[in-house]
Design a protein around this ligand. Structure first.
Ligand code: FES
Ligand code: FES
Length: 156
């Protein structure tokens, strides 16, 4: 039995310490917002925050995060500026990559409250989107940082 601190709650799971955190979250704790994409640390769909830093849950053995603070997409409040901006800018298309995108954006803004385009591109480069929502992601991050929404259509 392992103890984890997830989204402010102490949760337990009957798993080995080498089990990937992603499967503990999804299969044992039923926190299915965090997605499986590549399973190899390449796509960012499984991104969660470990002590505030974005990490790939698919390649993180759960034994490495005992005692850490884990935040999943479910732990980010609905009124968080990033979630609000995502909705306002209609970022999602199929939506599959978006939990990881949101989590990475939350970490970026916690570190750098007023990022420029280069900061955003650097911070978000590990989160792939097959639907190509990168322009809307960038815009939503600017909006979440307090910049007025840029003029122009939302669907780019
Ligand atoms: S599923 Fe973890 S990086 Fe792709
Ligand atoms: S919205 Fe479809 S993969 Fe990103």
């Amino acid at each position: 039995m392992i103890d984890l601190n997830v989204n402010g709650s102490r949760l337990q799971a009957e798993v080995g310490k080498d089990t990937p955190l992603l499967w503990v979250l999804r299969d044992h704790l039923k926190l299915t917002g965090t997605k499986f994409g590549c399973g190899e640390g390449l796509c960012g769909a499984c991104t969660v925050l470990i002590d505030g830093k974005p990490q790939r849950a698919c390649i993180t053995p759960v034994g490495d995060v005992l005692g850490a603070t884990i935040t999943t997409i479910e732990g980010i409040p609905e009124n968080h500026p990033v979630k609000q901006a995502w909705l306002a800018q209609e970022v999602s298309q199929c939506g599959y990559c978006q939990p990881g995108q949101v989590v990475s954006a939350v970490a970026l803004l916690a570190q750098k409250p007023k990022p420029n385009d280069a900061d955003i591109d650097r911070a978000m480069s590990g989160n792939l989107c097959r639907c190509g929502t990168y322009g809307r992601i960038r815009r939503a991050i600017h909006v979440a940082s307090g910049k007025p929404a840029a003029k122009g259509g939302k669907k780019s």
